[in-house]
Design a protein around this ligand. Structure first.
Ligand code: ATP
Ligand code: MG
Length: 471
């Protein structure tokens, strides 16, 4: 039987011999470029969107570049606003915001970070030279300053062989990789991130330079690192990028504790070490659960420190502390950090089928309603990361029983009680303070155990009794 190639290539993979996809920016982008050209300027689509189109992926934004200076852009596009001090202007067109950046070269890189001074330029080639990788150093458009009034025919500008590298599916630094990584160490993190999000390889010379310069990642701000880590964790298979982080030495700089997982025994999948378990676990979390993916990355971060006794004792509690420190360094938004740390703290939860319904309710209270689904998702991924089925009879049973409780009219937290602190103050003459908190806490315990007591008179009577016992 004849085997035919699939009619539609999977995203990002072009069948050999097929023509590259036509570059056809949306009308709103063409409108902006058209206005730049007719005003006698250069106007190009640049960067990630072009790369994405050529790889057969859907671009998420269409950044543009021009020789027009920012103040000129504000003249040409009423309503446009400055976006940052690097000459980026945001233009609203067709109901969408687009970023247009003036051609520039970067100077005086300080401390292996972003440039301190930039200089505007007049030619697209200069602007492409400052970009990180060949596949990101492509432009499509036209330069009306070179055409003296003739209609400009838009085309591709590719001084560094970016289209060939798209075709070969490799990430290659523009220019000397070591020098480029010394200018801005974030590029190394971007390389491993792009390898994961695009599902491509890093070219050997570029990879060698990352290994040689990985230590410079220590100079980067937490925010910039976190932005790339977020994107990495949003890849179909984050493990591609995570493994590269580990093998290049970036991971050891980002988190020595995670790097220490390499080579640690993990008795579930033969041949796997703990780090292999971690990356498998991350991959096993659904792509639309970024918080759980981050928690999966960090869930066993406490193991290297606690294996001295051979049992990883309290690795969940130790891990929660280490996770909190790392997320603090990455300047993670507090709500995200809190949720991740909470998941790490509780990822070892156990369930005993002999629990009564009150036991299930205590479990819900301990984890918190909002965290339950995430915690179950983490456990399922942890199981997959250990070479097991995601669920199992006991986990499924716990989920069912939790659902039953949540659907019932039960007491799980203080706000579910039929009275609150104000009632105790008004009815029993209590004052704000530790006693009030203790009484409410005790009432909650009792109502979790027996929801039938959750009415106002009964709770007030019980509270009265507690206070009398105190005397
Ligand atoms: P994504 O698809 O995730 O947006 P991207 O490559 O477009 O990926 P951006 O952060 O949007 O990433 O950057 C836009 C473009 O700016 C890149 O394609 C690249 O040309 C250039 N660029 C971004 N960061 C750097 C850097 N640190 N050094 C050099 N060029 C960079
Ligand atoms: Mg982009």
């Amino acid at each position: 039987m004849e085997i035919r190639p699939p009619a539609i290539a999977p995203p990002g993979i072009r069948r050999p011999g097929t023509r590259p996809p036509e570059i056809r920016p949306p009308d709103s982008v063409l409108a902006i470029l058209g206005r730049l050209w007719s005003a006698g300027h250069a106007g190009y689509v640049v960067g990630g969107s072009l790369r994405d189109v050529l790889m057969g992926r859907e671009p998420h934004d269409w950044d543009m570049a021009t020789d027009a200076r920012p103040d000129r852009l504000l003249e040409l596009f009423p309503g446009a606003v400055y976006e940052n001090r690097f000459g980026t202007v945001a233009i609203r067109e067709g109901g969408e915001l687009h970023e247009v950046t003036t051609f520039r070269t970067d100077h005086e890189y300080a401390d292996f970070r972003r440039p301190h001074r930039i200089e505007f330029g007049d030619r697209i080639e200069l602007d492409l030279a400052r970009r990180d990788f060949t596949i990101n150093a492509l432009a499509w458009g036209a330069d009306a300053t070179r055409h003296r009034g003739e209609p400009a025919a838009p085309g591709l500008v590719d001084p560094y062989g970016g289209t060939d590298d798209v075709e070969a599916r490799i990430i290659r630094a523009v220019g000397d990789p070591r020098a480029r990584f010394e200018e801005d160490a974030l590029r190394m993190v971007r390389a491993v991130r792009l390898a994961a999000t695009l599902g491509v390889e890093i070219e050997t010379g570029t990879l060698g330079a990352i290994e040689a310069r990985a230590k410079l990642v220590a100079h980067l701000s937490g925010e910039r690192l976190a932005a790339e880590l977020d994107k990495l964790l949003g890849a179909d298979r984050p493990s591609i990028g995570l493994r590269l982080m580990a093998s290049t030495g970036i991971l050891a700089v980002l988190s020595p504790e995670l790097a220490a997982q390499r080579g640690l025994p993990q008795n579930k999948i033969p041949g796997d070490d703990l780090w292999a378990h971690t990356v498998r676990t991350v991959d096993a979390v659904a792509i639309d659960r970024p918080v759980v993916r981050l928690a999966a990355l960090l869930h066993d971060i406490g193991k290297p420190a606690t294996m001295a006794d051979g049992h990883f004792l309290h690795h969940d509690a130790v891990g929660a502390e280490l996770a909190a420190k790392l997320l603090d360094r990455l300047r993670s938004p507090r709500p995200v950090a809190e949720r991740v740390v909470h998941l790490v703290r509780h990822h070892m939860f156990t369930y005993d089928p002999t629990w009564g319904d009150a036991g299930v309710r205590r479990f819900i209270r301990r984890i918190g309603r909002d965290a339950l689904e995430s915690l179950f998702a983490l456990r399922e991924a942890d199981n997959v990361g250990s070479g097991q089925a995601p669920g199992g009879n006991e986990l499924d049973e716990l989920r069912r029983r939790v659902r039953e409780q949540l659907e019932g009219d039960v007491v799980l937290e203080r706000s579910d009680l039929a009275i609150d602190g104000n009632d105790l103050i008004a009815e029993l003459g209590l004052a704000e303070g530790p006693t009030l908190g203790r009484v409410l806490g005790e009432l909650l315990e009792r109502a979790i155990a027996d929801p039938s007591i959750n009415d106002r008179p009964t709770l007030l009577l019980l509270a009265q009794a507690m206070l009398t016992e105190d005397r």
